[in-house]
Write a protein that binds this ligand. Structure first.
Ligand SMILES: [Zn+2]
Length: 304
């Protein structure tokens, strides 16, 4: 059996892993701007649950993911997040509040049920260690800054520590939480939400790179066309502009007005309850939202 990995050039990677009985067939989707497809040979995993992530290596030491004899130097739980780290607690601690609040931020902003199921987060000390660890799961996995891996058990987020680590974790955990909550959204929306929630400090509109770019686009009369995004087949993931556009749509809908927010929340709720949600652009049209003028005005006039 083959393992398919869709590679996206964004630094985040989203991987989906399906597990069957004692053997696991992995099908993976990795997001990245330079889209390429990697086909990996099938992988037989020796045990159930996350034990398939049997060990990570750092300097010649092995780190088991589970078990009483766990050799992870740091292992602790913050609400539903279980953290396995080779980085000290002292280093991680200042960032943990911004992780703990994430599920409630999703609940409040999106008005959806957010599952309380566990999410496992691996934190390694450097990119090289992450690459090595990721390859334990996906031998041909491309080198990326962070990854989310899904299977029928808990979601698994792989990261390494750097100054913007918490953004990576919040981005990938947003994928994990949405996934665990039964949200099956189009890729561009999934990424738009992850980009929206990755920003820390309670100011999701102040995305460090997207906001200025979107405002500049507006000055040049370039307005994201919702219908085009929605009807464009995304086979290989988003490019950099795709992530920016997706963020700008989510941010606009959640903050422009009570009407845009309500229309989007209803759309998400219908996705979660598996009712036919239809196209978001139709929902916007039905709510009598003048997309072009309101979208432009929002980014032109709002004081962020
Ligand atoms: Zn992502």
């Amino acid at each position: 059996m083959n393992l398919t990995v869709r590679v996206q050039n964004k630094l985040h990677v989203c991987i989906m892993v399906l597990a069957f009985l004692h053997f696991f067939v992995i099908s993976a989707a990795v997001c990245c701007a330079q889209e390429s497809e990697v086909r990996l040979a099938s992988n037989v995993i020796p045990a159930a649950g996350f034990s398939y992530v049997e060990s990570g290596k750092k300097s010649d030491s092995k780190f088991a993911m589970h078990g009483s004899d766990s050799t992870w130097p740091i292992r602790f739980t913050q609400d539903q997040f279980s953290i396995y780290s080779t980085v000290s607690l002292l280093t991680l601690e200042p960032h943990l509040a911004a992780l703990r609040t994430l599920p409630n931020e999703l609940r409040e902003a999106l008005q959806i049920e957010v599952a309380e199921s566990p999410v496992h987060i691996v934190v390694l000390s450097d990119r090289e260690s992450l690459d090595q660890y990721a390859k334990k799961i996906l031998p041909n996995a491309p080198s990326r800054q962070a990854l989310y891996i899904r299977h029928r058990g808990p979601g698994l987020v792989l990261t390494y520590f750097h100054k913007n680590w918490i953004r990576d974790v919040r981005h990938e955990c947003t994928h994990a939480l949405m996934d665990a909550s039964g949200m099956s959204l189009p890729v561009w929306q999934d990424e738009g939400l992850a980009e929206y929630f990755e920003t820390v400090g309670g100011k999701p509109l102040r995305h460090p790179s997207h906001l200025k770019s979107v405002q500049q686009q507006i000055r040049f009369g370039q307005i994201v066309d919702l219908q085009t995004i929605e009807t464009t087949e995304i086979q290989e993931g988003l490019d950099g502009k795709g992530y920016r556009d997706a963020w700008s749509v989510v941010a606009f809908l959640l903050h422009s007005s009570a009407e845009t927010r309500a229309a989007y929340q209803l759309y998400l709720k219908e996705h979660q309850t598996k009712r036919a949600a239809g196209l978001l652009s139709h929902r916007v049209r039905d709510a009598q939202i003048d997309w072009r003028s309101q979208f432009a005005a929002f980014y032109r006039n709002t004081r962020f």
